[in-house]
Design a protein around this ligand. Structure first.
Ligand code: SF4
Ligand code: SF4
Length: 537
């Protein structure tokens, strides 16, 4: 196995298992530069645009908001803030359709644009980032809502661990067909991307930084090399990687560059590596230098089904139909709308959905590009899916267990290591939509686990309630027992006082005392009368 190279050494590239050579179709969207979308009337911001816990809304309907204002805060360590892309008013907070493979709606904040473009007061760093504490920079990145923009949307600040790491890998691979947003970003904003990488390097205090780019992006490689040369820091290096899908998968790229495998259930940091996407580095540059939270991204609008495929700089929350209109609208033979690429993307029912942090691409296919969808045939156990799986899973076994809803066997076969790259489905002669089975199985498992945990909590609460009720019952019975005992004692006392109650006894004692006093007084009177009589006689 290869060792992580020292910075002066040449890198000996390794390979991962499986993978596919695919038609790239990237030229469609790279002929023009990055265009900017005009402002829209309304923006839709889902509270869940990241891996982790849903954000907590900080605004309510009717509130005035400014551009860049935090609308929702992270609700957990693994969560991300959401910011307003424009100034305006919170129109509603409600369940709204969102771009998700499940097709389910989610809680969204809807902002009416006032078209004043009024920013929240911003405070860029007073000093150079190099003189700023790493934890302060991490806090800024967290408060800016920056997540992995390669599609994973894992909160970036959480990845920037305090653990001493050896290698920072910047992922500029973009291996999926059609998608070119990272390519054009590197071509057009190479210096800003390298600036963001320098900030990350400072935060994690890493020894070396490898910027990996597939060899099908010569212009991006050239622009990035120029930007690095200007820095004169030999800790940086560009590494071109042969074009093979899915080289851009985090674990696959780490294997290619370091020869090391990230073990199942482990993170890259466990083998001293941190991986960030080029677009994430660019977002970090914007937030540190301009105090600009993550309110926009570059998205590829492409495919034979859209009139002018291109890359657009778009505000998060923009309705997708506005993006398609900006690109000339749909062609007459447009067919399917997909978020993401043809391999890892998922089909959308409508374009009345918002661009979210994860939207790296909207692909509109044409009817002649899509073979007629047919019911899939049974698995013939040909093993082709096994040959191409980059994670060395057994896709056909996963398919059996997903079909039979056998969660135990799915876990044994490492379902959650599947990166949903789609290689297995691509080669399957029976046209089985394997990834759909895996996604459904994962969602069902996560859902069941959540329900199990909720039911455990409910059961524990019920048991605690039962204990409380039982204790209260015992306390009540004890009080009753004591009362009964007291009454019984009173009854006994009555018997011993000749049937008299304490009150009766007290009253008779008083009467007796009065009688005794009267008798004494009468006696004294009689004595004095006797003495007087004696004196007179
Ligand atoms: S490629 Fe398709 S048919 Fe062949 S073993 Fe895999 S699932 Fe079965
Ligand atoms: S989708 Fe999953 S099972 Fe299929 S090839 Fe990719 S990693 Fe392997």
């Amino acid at each position: 196995m290869n060792q992580t190279p020292e910075k002066s050494e040449a890198i000996t590239l390794s390979t991962f298992d499986g993978g596919l050579k695919l038609s790239e179709n990237k030229h469609l969207s790279t002929t023009s530069g990055i265009s900017t979308l005009p402002p829209c009337k309304q923006y839709i911001l889902p509270l869940q645009q990241h891996i982790g816990v849903i954000s907590q809304a900080l605004v309510k309907p009717g509130d005035k908001v400014l551009k860049g204002q935090m609308l929702a805060k992270p609700n957990h360590l693994i969560s991300a803030a959401i910011h307003s892309p424009v100034s305006g008013t919170v129109a509603r907070i409600e369940q709204h359709a969102v771009p998700h493979a499940s097709g389910l709606p989610d809680q969204c904040i809807i902002i009416d644009n006032d078209f004043n473009d009024e920013w929240v007061p911003r405070q860029p760093l007073a000093d150079e980032y190099i003189n700023t504490d790493a934890s302060d920079l991490r806090d800024i990145i967290r408060d800016s809502g920056i997540v992995g923009l390669g599609g994973a949307t894992f909160p970036s600040a959480v990845k920037q661990t305090e653990k001493k790491l050896k290698t920072l890998i910047i992922n500029g691979i973009e291996c999926e067909p059609y998608i070119t947003c990272d390519d054009v970003l590197m071509r057009q904003f190479a210096e800003q991307v390298v600036s963001g990488i320098s900030i990350i390097k400072h935060i994690i205090n890493v020894e070396q930084c490898i910027i990996a780019i597939e060899d099908n992006k010569p212009e991006a490689i050239k622009a990035m090399q120029l930007a690095i040369d200007k820095k004169s820091d030999d800790a940086f290096r560009i590494q071109t990687v042969p074009t093979l899908y899915p080289s851009g998968g985090e674990k696959q790229l780490i294997k290619i560059l370091t020869g090391k495998e990230v073990p199942s259930h482990c993170y890259p940091a466990d083998i001293d590596v941190l991986c960030h996407n080029v677009a994430t580095a660019y977002a970090i540059h914007r937030t540190i230098y301009f105090a600009e939270p993550l309110i926009s991204r570059i998205t590829t609008i492409t495919g034979q089904g859209v009139v002018q495929p291109q890359n657009i700089a778009v505000l998060i929350g923009t309705p997708m139909q506005s993006c398609i209109e900006h690109c000339g609208g749909y062609t007459k033979n447009s067919d399917e709308l997909i978020m993401g690429g043809p391999m890892m993307g998922f089909s959308l029912e409508s374009d009345a959905l918002p661009i979210v942090k994860a939207t790296n691409c909207l692909l509109v296919t044409a009817k002649d590009e899509n073979p007629e969808k047919q019911t899939h045939l049974p698995c013939i156990r040909c093993g082709k899916c096994v040959d191409v799986c980059p994670v060395r899973l057994l896709p056909q076994q996963l398919y059996w267990y997903a079909s039979s809803k056998n969660a135990e066997r799915l876990l044994e076969h490492n379902l959650f290591d599947c990166i949903e790259c789609g290689c297995c489905a691509y080669v399957c002669p029976s046209d089985i939509p394997l990834v759909q089975y895996y996604r459904h199985a994962k969602t069902t498992y996560v859902q069941q686990e959540r329900e199990r945990k909720l039911s455990d909590i409910a059961r524990q609460r019920h048991e605690a309630h039962q204990l409380r009720v039982e204790k209260q019952k015992q306390e009540r019975e004890e009080r009753l027992r004591k009362k009964r005992e007291m009454l019984k004692n009173k009854a006994t006392d009555k018997k011993t006082t000749g049937g008299k109650t304490n009150k009766d006894a007290k009253q008779s004692a008083i009467t007796e005392a009065i009688a005794r006093a009267k008798a004494k007084k009468a006696e004294r009177l009689k004595e004095s009368e006797t003495k007087s009589e004696k004196k007179e006689s």
